[in-house]
Design a protein. Structure first.
Ligand code: NAD
Length: 295
């Protein structure tokens, strides 16, 4: 099986390296030539363009920023993958995009005899490096079963959530929980500090109880250290929450909490903090109070 991977950023690069390590015959493409060279160093082949990759691969993976990038690479322009794929090729989009776009891309590719899975991930760069990402997948069950092992080479959990688009719906649910949870941790820690209790003690005391969470364990220490190096950037989270709002409109789902947190993230973006980790939601509270969270 020849595998192609388009998109070698923070996530795609280590995911590609894990595929090579597990013995997959991998061809890669990215606009960033340095990222391509790094993968070639590890044993992957470089494609000149997306056309060459489409013509030579049986399974095509993408790890791109958002819906317009995936649409553009797959369907638009001179080198669009759809113009050159062999019938029977499987396309797996691992980017976090709008589920409505996943369904549109899948419909367009079906006309070329290509079947698609949407398979976004949770876990971030450390888990991409370790190969322990969590995949949430949408698409036909037989195609999912046939490619579970391939995704398993990059992740420790691979769950089919339903038909095409279900992977990205699940990812949006994940992003809602994470965003609101980070905001809640920020709000609570600032309340505690302003009330005279050390944030470190609050964290230590409540992390094992009902309020504890993976989000709290990962982000509270970053907030106390004032270490907002990404990780997962505020701007990417705004992108995901914008997709949440778009997807919610289609089904008339209420989003009172998500909307609030999205506004907080947009304010941080306007203040120049868009490239910070999403734990920088704490900065929103620091700006309001004029106090920095400490240990
Ligand atoms: P990134 O910006 O680091 O990487 C994107 C890559 O796509 C870049 O290398 C860029 O050059 C390439 N690219 C863009 N347009 C292209 C095109 N037309 N042709 C070829 N290459 C192109 O992004 P990332 O952090 O790796 O995230 C990728 C996806 O994974 C996003 O949807 C993101 O939301 C999701 N995600 C990211 C994280 C994280 O922690 N970074 C965690 C989970 C999911």
């Amino acid at each position: 099986m020849k595998v192609g991977l388009i998109g070698l950023g923070i996530m795609g690069k280590p995911m590609g390296k894990n595929l090579v390590k597990k013995g997959y015959d991998l061809m890669v493409f990215d606009l960033n030539k340095a990222a391509v060279a790094e993968l070639v160093e590890c044993g992957a082949k470089a494609a000149e363009n997306t056309r060459e990759l489409a013509e030579n691969c049986d399974v095509i993976l993408t790890m791109l920023p958002n819906s317009p990038h995936v649409k553009s690479v797959m369907l638009e322009g001179e080198n669009a993958v759809a113009n050159y794929v062999k019938e029977g090729t499987v396309f797996i989009d691992m980017s976090s995009i709008n589920p409505v776009a996943s369904r549109e891309i899948s419909d367009a590719l079906a006309k070329k005899g290509v079947v698609m899975l949407d398979a976004p991930v949770s876990g971030g760069e450390p888990k991409a490096v370790d190969g322990t990402l969590a995949f949430m997948v949408g698409g036909p069950e037989d195609v999912f079963e046939a490619h579970k092992e391939l995704l398993g080479a990059m992740g420790s959990s691979v769950v089919r959530c339903g038909e095409i688009g279900a992977g990205n719906v699940t990812k949006l649910c994940n992003q809602v929980v994470v965003a609101i949870n980070i905001a809640a941790v920020s709000e609570a820690m600032m309340l505690g500090q302003l009330s005279g209790v050390e944030p470190e003690k609050i964290f230590e005391a409540i992390k094992g109880g009902l309020a504890g969470s993976t989000v709290m364990n990962a982000k509270a220490p970053m907030m106390m250290d004032q270490n907002f190096k990404p990780g997962f950037r505020i701007d990417l989270h705004i992108k995901d929450l914008t997709n949440v709002v778009d997807a919610a409109k289609v089904v008339d789902a209420p989003l009172p909490l998500t909307s609030q947190v999205m506004e907080m993230m947009k304010i941080l973006h306007r203040d120049g903090d868009g490239a910070c980790d999403h734990s920088a939601l704490m900065k929103y509270y620091q700006k309001l109070t004029g106090e920095e969270l400490h240990h």
